[in-house]
Design a protein around this ligand. Structure first.
Ligand code: ATP
Ligand code: MG
Length: 248
């Protein structure tokens, strides 16, 4: 087993990675390269190892076989872990504070980013005063403020209604356009995958392995892409077909 953190900013490379939990093989022989600043969506059936993959990339788990090298990666977990005793601004500022930034400077930076994410006026709100979509913005702000070149987003918009979700996709596209990062985005929504990503990776049912690696081929702009763009529709269809094929 080789798993070394690399200084190569934003690079992710998995070669023949297998991860087991006792008798359960979660991921098997996964090979995947993500280039710096590339946005890669990962789709696959429930339990196929998507969260496990992100946790491996973030160094929260160890590979059992194969090799994994990645720059510094931060996870936005499937369940948002905002702290209820902090307001939106201090939740977002947390990674800056943990890295030693002074309180005022950290809050100022968080304030600016929250405003960019449309949360102007809600910086002092407690988490329970925010809607689901607003909480996700705070969680994404916190992930971005970690400063890590690689972001692992695990179903960031899974709990949102369709309109809020489309809105969230638009602001994520916009923020990634302005401050490019390497992104691994897990989603169960193949349309979301095709709209947001440069590439869509389809995993088989457990043990998860890569059954399709689809280039989207439409540039990501500041405004995001339209789900009705014929190329997006085509990628969505191919991803669905690969999923169906893997589950048959
Ligand atoms: N810490 C753990 N201990 C034991 N088994 C685990 C652990 N983490 C994950 N697993 C198992 O590994 C498999 C993959 O889990 P994982 O959470 O990565 O799936 P997933 O693709 O993210 O699923 P979902 O779409 O439901 O979120 C599952 O069978 C799960 O039970
Ligand atoms: Mg998961």
């Amino acid at each position: 087993m080789v798993q070394t953190p690399r200084d190569v900013e934003g690079d992710v490379l998995l070669e023949g990675v297998t991860r087991r939990f006792g008798a359960v093989v979660a991921l098997q022989d996964v090979t995947l390269r993500v280039a710096p600043r590339e946005v890669v969506a990962v789709v696959g059936p429930s339990g196929c190892g998507k969260s496990t993959l992100l946790e491996l990339v973030c160094g929260l788990q160890r590979v059992d076989a194969g090799t994994l090298t990645a720059g510094r990666a931060v996870l936005m977990p499937q369940r948002d872990l905002l702290l209820p005793w902090l307001d939106a601004r201090d939740n977002a500022a947390l990674p800056l504070r943990l890295a030693g930034t002074g309180k005022d400077a950290a809050r100022a930076e968080a304030h600016t980013l929250l405003a960019e994410l449309g949360l102007d006026g809600f910086e002092r709100s407690r988490t329970w005063e925010l809607s689901g979509g607003m909480r996700q913005r705070v969680a994404v702000a916190r992930t971005l403020l970690s400063g890590a070149p690689i972001l692992c987003l695990d179903e960031p918009f899974g709990a949102l209604d369709a309109i809020t979700r489309a809105d969230a996709q638009a602001w994520l596209a916009s923020i990634l356009d302005r401050t490019p990062r390497t992104v691994l985005l897990v989603t169960h929504d193949v349309e979301e995958a095709a709209v947001l990503a440069d590439r869509v990776i389809v995993l088989s049912p457990r043990p998860g392995h890569v059954v399709a690696d689809l280039q989207v081929g439409v540039p990501r702009g500041p405004a995001g892409r339209s789900p009705t763009d014929p190329q997006i529709v085509a990628v969505r269809a191919r991803a669905l077909e690969a999923l169906r094929g893997a589950m048959a």
